[in-house]
Write a protein that binds this ligand. Structure first.
Ligand code: PLP
Ligand code: COI
Length: 338
């Protein structure tokens, strides 16, 4: 294993030894290439640079206490990238190719997979970009699919602890019939202004209401929202949020733990009734929300300064499945290194 201060890692980029790449030309995917260069040589008129033909994914590999390395829900990430590809007219990366490349890049960089005790993990970042030149607005003919990895610590300082969020009304990350349900760079570009302001004001992240009516809950920055009341896990249904794989898993785990699960529109007024609330995602895992400020109305929604009992149970079960200490009864993990 590399000599790295694993337990002081934050969620950032660190160079590793290899990335893997595959090119789409003449209507088909080529051979997988192993590369040690961190840079790409791109045509200056590539569609990814001008017209946002860019999609990415995010998943993690975990070094487990039984000595194995597991990745979480790799097929679900492949399927979401395929859906995103259909959304912005790019060729689909087949699930087998996606999975083969994930396994390869993790194995090639195994010295960078943090030890179990550190609480850190290996973040896997697949990226699909249009590479051929266009000046008119139309899809590229050629694409590059690449995957790099980087060891990461918690997305929010302190890991599993409650953080404040702030509702924004003057910025939308995605339109109701736009690209919010796809994992494309443009959504993140649209969020940067609000995200920077939230950080400057001391919040963990900005919190979006639906773009059309500003009445319903959408997302917590780069994570989905869930609220808990009366032993029920409630999460928004909206056309402009990213279908989070973590959230999907938590809905199943909640059910397995005996909770009721509801996926439906959540009005801002309803926020007052939740006993616990949190943000969830690959990077965020579960990040409980301490309070949510609505600066326009002066309203503050309080969910507790400490992670609540259901959030803690959900967090421990999810982590347990990812680290192979809780039975993986839904077949979510893939052992990459025995
Ligand atoms: N919502 C947004 C906007 C995201 O960027 C992410 C991160 O991927 C999520 C939600 C959480 O999704 P997942 O759990 O699949 O990582
Ligand atoms: C993730 O949770 O994987 C994300 O993509 C969040 C952010 C780093 C974009």
């Amino acid at each position: 294993m590399k000599n790295i201060e694993w337990s002081s890692l934050t969620f950032g980029y660190m160079p590793t030894d290899y990335n893997v790449r595959c090119y789409y030309r003449n209507g088909k995917w080529g051979e997988v290439e192993v590369c040690s260069d961190e840079y790409l040589k791109l045509h200056m008129a590539a569609t990814c640079l001008h017209y946002g033909q860019e999609a990415f994914e995010g998943l993690k590999a975990y070094r487990c206490p039984d000595g194995k390395v597991r990745v979480f829900r790799v097929e679900a990430n492949a399927e979401r990238l395929q859906n995103t590809s259909r959304g912005i007219v790019m060729p689909e990366v087949p699930t087998e190719l996606f999975t083969e490349m994930v396994k390869k890049v993790v194995r090639l960089n195994q010295e960078f997979i943090p030890p179990y005790e550190s609480g850190a993990s290996l973040y896997i970042r697949p990226l699909l970009i249009g590479t051929s030149a266009q000046v008119g607005v139309r899809p590229a003919e050629e694409y590059c699919f690449l995957i790099f990895v980087t060891p990461v610590g918690p997305y929010f300082k302190g890991g599993f602890c409650a953080n404040p969020y702030v509702i924004v009304r003057d910025v939308d990350r995605a339109a109701p019939l736009g690209t919010g349900m796809f994992k494309v760079g443009g959504n993140y570009a649209a969020s940067l202004r609000a995200n920077r302001r939230a950080h400057e004001q001391g919040y963990a992240s900005e919190f979006y209401l639906d773009a059309k009516e500003k009445k319903y809950v959408d997302e917590c920055g780069a994570a989905n929202f869930f609220g808990i009341k009366n032993d029920t896990y409630v999460t928004p249904k909206s056309s402009s949020i990213l279908p989070s794989i973590t959230n999907k898993s938590l809905m199943q785990i909640a059910e397995d733990l005996g909770m009721k699960v509801e996926r439906r529109p959540i009005s801002e007024d309803e926020l007052d009734s939740f006993e616990e609330a949190g943000a969830c995602g690959t990077a965020a895992v579960i990040s409980p929300i301490s309070h949510l400020d609505d600066m326009d109305t002066g309203k503050v929604y309080n969910f507790g300064e400490k992670p609540g009992p259901w959030s803690t149970k959900l967090y421990n079960t999810l982590r347990g499945i990812q680290y192979g200490t809780v039975e993986d009864k839904h077949g979510w993990t893939t052992v990459v290194i025995e």
